[in-house]
Design a binder for this molecule. Sequence first.
Ligand code: NAG
Ligand code: NAG
Ligand code: NAG
Ligand code: NAG
Ligand code: NAG
Ligand code: NAG
Ligand code: NAG
Ligand code: ZN
Length: 516
Amino acid sequence: MYKYRNFTSILVVLILSIVSLTLAVQVHEDSGSNSNSGSSQPTPFVEAYLSQRSKLVSTENALKVGSKVVFTPKENQANEIFSNILLSEELKYSNQDPSSFNFLQMPKGSGLHIHQDSSASYDYLIDIGSYLPNAYIYLNDSSSLNGTFYFFNSTPSDNSGWYLLSSIRENSHNVKELDAQLLKTLTLIDQDFGDYVDLWRKFDGIFARINGLVSYVPIALGYMNHLFNQMIDDNVQHIELRKCFGDFYDINGNSFNDTWFVQEVETLTAKVRIERDMPQFNVKLIGCDGRHNDQSVVLDHMRYALQLVNQFPKTYVGYDLVGPEDEGYPLIHFIDQFATIEQESKSMPLPLQYYFHAGETLLYNNTNLYDAILLKSKRIGHGIQLAQHPELESIIIQNQIGIEVCPISNQLLEYVADMRAHPALILFNRGVPITISPDDPAIFNVIGLSYDFYEVTYAWGLDLKQLKQLALNSINVSSFYDENEKLLSLKYFLLSWDNFIDYIIKNYNNSSSSNN
Ligand SMILES: *[C@@H]1O[C@H](CO)[C@@H](O)[C@H](O)[C@H]1NC(C)=O
Ligand SMILES: *[C@@H]1O[C@H](CO)[C@@H](O)[C@H](O)[C@H]1NC(C)=O
Ligand SMILES: *[C@@H]1O[C@H](CO)[C@@H](O)[C@H](O)[C@H]1NC(C)=O
Ligand SMILES: *[C@@H]1O[C@H](CO)[C@@H](O)[C@H](O)[C@H]1NC(C)=O
Ligand SMILES: *[C@@H]1O[C@H](CO)[C@@H](O)[C@H](O)[C@H]1NC(C)=O
Ligand SMILES: *[C@@H]1O[C@H](CO)[C@@H](O)[C@H](O)[C@H]1NC(C)=O
Ligand SMILES: *[C@@H]1O[C@H](CO)[C@@H](O)[C@H](O)[C@H]1NC(C)=O
Ligand SMILES: [Zn+2]
């Protein structure tokens, strides 16, 4: 566990070292010598200095995350190979594609922060979804609805902006390019964005435009099936999806509520477990609302979530408020509604557990982290500001509240400019249970968790001990139904980790593979 006293003494040693080094350099310069400090004959000063230095490095390393992960000789061997790859990739980073190491192979444990409607890649929505009969798109450059997809059984008469996609495709001389263009309008790539307020507007616009696809019954479950398989292919064995309240629809005007969706997800999960031979594969759902919603809507949906938690305790795990924190209401705005739910929970077997997005902001006056902690949030989404709050940080370490860090999201939405300076690395080394998630992979044009793991591995210089710790953290803070489910998950993770270690040793040690 991290102790401030240790940190202070390290800081003192460090400052003293710098001071004495500065003095030594001055003395050196005063004597008129112009030889540099890379001395070939170590002076007593350099000897003492270097020994002090290596002591400092090892004290620091012992405090670092991953230092408590005990490795077998085989794991150490794989780690050495892995670190060599990392080093050599880093050296050629400037002009080569640094992707010789296959991150897809690494078991990543649980993906805990994923929004259901931006989870699996959108090629599914365009290539399959938008080819279903009765798919329409709204085209009107001067309307905010422009580019919105929806299914109608006949062309809406009250609005001439809706066009059948099948007709548009018939009249197009290059359907492939048209589809590629449609897909591009659903991702935050290759565009000039402006500041993060502007970005959020574009980001929210995508959710609005694809809603008519992901909530259309003939697509909804196929999209989930696509997601489950993409995650399994990416070696993710457990996912928790934020699903905001909102009905699904079919072509005959019927609507299907979240109760229906939870049941369908349970059925589909059972099917995928068998198809992929993965009894440990879990899918959990977290209900959510936009944080700009009215208090009465939030209360209604929290009540609904409380009901679903008690009706489907294996799958439905809690509630969250989402959307740009700087624009929507702060958590404290809903304090009366939280109080009501607290009261109503008492008559139910299970209470409503929260999973708040908090601290995803650059504004100093954001207070959501305080409320997320006081409301006993099981985990916290993003927590970018946490390093600024020592007391909150120690509560989080003490209670092992998982922090769902979404590196690519943070960078693309302009909360963190340079991944190497991401505050989560500081938290990670101080013992905060950091986990890695993709947030909205479809919109960021990535699949699964590999891209986010890849980014932090290179930016933070992680080794296999630290990567294993990230995966173990994710399992440790997952929302399991019971201890058996947790043990099963951990058991399979450790088995696949062993296979991964074998895979590295077999495939990435040049000298041994050349023998085969
Ligand atoms: C594999 O060989 C390349 C080229 O000789 C070398 O740069 C690299 O460090 C080697 N990798 C390992 C893991 O030994
Ligand atoms: C296009 O959108 C504008 C602004 O919403 C609206 O006034 C206009 O009627 C729309 N045009 C068509 C053809 O629907
Ligand atoms: C309107 O939507 C279409 C299809 O998504 C897109 O190609 C076009 O660029 C959009 N127009 C504007 C002004 O954004
Ligand atoms: C959800 O839909 C089912 C089936 O139509 C219905 O019985 C149930 O009352 C609905 N629940 C809510 C909370 O709307
Ligand atoms: C923080 O300050 C901004 C700008 O003054 C303001 O709009 C916002 O409401 C404040 N947020 C909170 C949580 O007080
Ligand atoms: C999991 O969390 C518990 C406390 O909740 C902690 O004692 C344990 O060390 C954690 N395990 C791992 C692998 O991080
Ligand atoms: C790589 O393989 C060679 C030959 O089998 C072996 O001598 C060497 O120790 C291996 N290196 C590592 C880091 O495992
Ligand atoms: Zn999110």
